[in-house]
Design a binder for this molecule. Structure first.
Ligand code: SF4
Length: 371
């Protein structure tokens, strides 16, 4: 059985079923809760389904009835869906609908269940997670309200959230980096381009000055903070000067990670029919940009060499006397230990590194302080 799901599936469902006869079912993002019933129904009737209706509230009501069985050390919790920003390259506002925030109390209850199931780190999820906005009894709840509430859950050790829009990086949220010790000092904040001209063409609703001011405020709130970002290379009309502006911003911020891609048209979006730049130029620009960011990543990892890092232990590696965990910056750490348990935060002495990983060992009863 071939099931295609997701945002583009939602937008192009009829075309997909018509053109690709092996597809049995197309399921839009607001219909995931029906997947079990749809599979059973397909087995009975052998009839193709195009399930792409748009009822986000019903989806969450249905998903709430399913007992939470996640028992991972690091768990995800969806708090928000949809987007009102309409960037000219993006299909999400058409496929996920307008911004919708789940009820505050429901999220806090779920977070408590996840922690009682063993989670020690929770990542709050949303297409525009920092646009979270819920009203109840004349009270307004924002992402900062959720972070403060989760910060008080006793056995929870780390809080993350993704993905954010620069427009919604409000001061109350920035202050959480000063006041909530469980919020990790690592933020994924997409900028897409460092050229104000391209940002305008993209309809991003922010410029580079505004973005850099946010980074400054974050650094004042917590001087340890590190940033990762998204970049689109070769957006229609990007010139060499626009590309250089992007590299300038990268050098200024020193991003330690990125999701970077060459522009690819999404059907139905305003940018879909624009003239595409030369592919070879785009490939070279992307490679050069990635090299620069990889260099920042490598230098960041190097700062941990011969230091103690605080690592949240996730699991023991199969068939090896080694463990796997992550730093607060999400860097994977592979280490030896004579005694450690999943879910603990321990001090690991880093003895070597590469661009993606840190390596080291953990000994109990060492008195050295973690970096
Ligand atoms: S890129 Fe992000 S902010 Fe822009 S429209 Fe898509 S989901 Fe919304």
């Amino acid at each position: 059985m071939v099931i295609v799901a997701g945002c583009v599936a939602q937008a192009e469902s009829e075309e997909m079923i018509k053109r690709e006869p092996y597809i049995d079912m197309v399921i839009g993002p607001q219909s995931y809760h029906k997947i079990g019933d749809l599979i059973l129904s397909y087995q009975r009737k052998k009839k193709k389904f195009n399930e792409t209706n748009f009822d986000v509230i019903k989806k969450f009501d249905e998903l709430e009835k399913i007992p939470i069985s996640q028992n991972k050390i690091s768990s995800y919790l969806t708090i928000q869906e949809g987007c009102d920003k309409f960037c000219n390259f993006c299909v999400v506002p058409y496929t996920r609908g307008p911004e919708y925030s789940r009820p505050f109390k429901q999220i806090v209850e779920e977070a408590n269940i996840l922690v009682s199931n063993g989670a020690r780190e929770i990542t709050l999820l949303g297409q525009n997670v920092n646009a979270y906005n819920f009203f109840e009894n004349n009270k307004k709840y924002k992402l900062s309200s959720l972070i403060r509430e989760l910060n008080d859950i006793q056995n929870l050790k780390r809080i993350r959230y993704t993905t954010s829009h620069p427009k919604d990086m409000s001061d109350d949220l920035i202050n959480c980096y000063k006041n909530c010790e469980k919020l990790v000092p690592f933020l994924h904040l997409p900028i897409q381009s460092g050229s104000d001209r391209i940002l305008k063409l993209m309809n991003r609703k922010h410029d580079t000055k505004y973005y850099l001011e946010i980074i400054e405020k974050l650094k004042i709130a917590n001087s340890n903070i590190k940033i990762s970002s998204d970049f689109i290379i070769g957006y229609p009309g990007e010139t060499e000067k626009d590309y250089k502006d992007t590299i300038d911003v990268i050098e200024k911020v020193g991003f330690i990670n990125s999701y970077s891609f060459i522009f690819s048209a999404r059907p139905g979006t305003p940018a879909a029919n624009k003239k595409i730049n030369n592919l070879e130029t785009n490939k070279k620009r992307l490679k050069d940009l990635q090299n620069i960011i990889e260099n920042f990543q490598l230098r960041h990892n190097e700062t941990s060499l011969n230091e103690f890092c605080k690592v949240l232990v996730e699991n023991k590696l199969a068939n090896q006397e080694k463990y796997f965990g992550r730093t607060k910056f999400m860097t994977p750490v592979i280490f030896q230990s004579d005694n450690c348990k999943s879910g603990e935060i321990i001090n690991v002495k880093i003895t070597s590194f590469n661009r993606n990983n840190l390596f080291g060992f953990h000994k109990i009863n060492n008195n050295e302080k973690a970096a």
